[in-house]
Design a protein around this ligand. Structure first.
Ligand code: SF4
Length: 253
């Protein structure tokens, strides 16, 4: 039996932002030749790696701020920075972030918060496709609530309403609720740069409506035709890696 197609929050948000971008990112292999390394991806990947190792219960080598800083140094990715100065500045900022976030995490452990999983792939069968999502961290709070934590390294602020309206966070809640049907589930975005967090929890009714919406969007994506992928100029085009490709298309005007 053929495997069902899979859709992730990244795929869905990319399609909603620009179907052509979806085409070049996920469907047409020519797109990969146009992708450029970006400093914010390198920076974010390094921070994610440190926090993944710190919160992984099976990784006994990373339990203190000193250990986390050692992993930070080992995991540093220098791709995408415009100059050595820019990289040094980011490196120093990242060190401060690691210190502050890890100190905060140590305090949370003392409050009885348990990390259940890191970099966990969640899945749910939604009929014509499988919804998948990799969560940065899944915690169990002292009262039994399951908390999904998503790290954002580029953001300098976050609010409850932003978490509530975030498509990826709603997908993660839907997926986590399938895994823990009897538990309260909440989602948190952790803006690492400022060590700020905001959380929101969708009600059972909200999740039901969201599931119906996401099924409909998923079907639109899966049945997209060549015309649906037509490039159309939009504010997002400025700075998009695929602009040169889209400009070759006579429909891009
Ligand atoms: S250049 Fe514009 S139309 Fe083309 S993929 Fe990027 S955002 Fe979409």
């Amino acid at each position: 039996m053929a495997r069902k197609p899979t859709l992730s929050p990244s795929r869905i948000t990319t399609f909603l932002a620009c179907p052509s971008k979806y085409l070049w990112t996920y469907v047409d292999p020519r797109g990969k030749w146009y992708l450029r390394a970006k400093s914010y991806y390198s920076f974010g990947t390094t921070l994610h790696k440190v926090l993944e190792r710190f919160h992984d219960e099976g990784d006994q080598g990373v339990t203190t701020v000193g250990d986390a800083l050692r992993i930070y140094e080992e995991s540093w990715i220098d791709a995408g920075f415009a100059s050595a100065e820019e990289m040094q500045e980011a490196y120093g900022e990242g060190k401060e972030i690691v210190q502050s976030v890890v100190n905060d995490a140590i305090a949370k452990r003392e409050e009885g918060v348990k990390t259940l999983a890191v970099e966990k792939l969640l899945k749910a069968d939604l009929g014509p496709f499988e919804l998948i999502g990799r969560v940065d961290r899944l915690d169990e709070r002292a009262d039994g609530t399951i908390e999904i934590i998503d790290y954002k390294s580029g953001r300098s602020s976050v609010t409850e309403s932003q978490v509530r309206d975030d498509l990826a966070m709603a997908c993660y809640q839907l997926l986590a609720k399938r895994l823990f049907p009897d538990r309260a589930v909440m989602a948190t975005i952790h803006a690492l740069r400022v060590n700020e967090k905001a959380s929101a929890s969708l009600s059972a009714q909200d999740l039901e409506v969201f599931e119906a919406d996401i099924k409909q969007i998923g079907q639109t994506i899966l049945s997209a035709s060549v015309d649906d992928y037509s490039p159309r100029p939009k504010p997002l085009c400025e700075g998009c890696d695929f602009l040169a490709l889209c400009k070759k298309d006579p429909r891009f005007e």
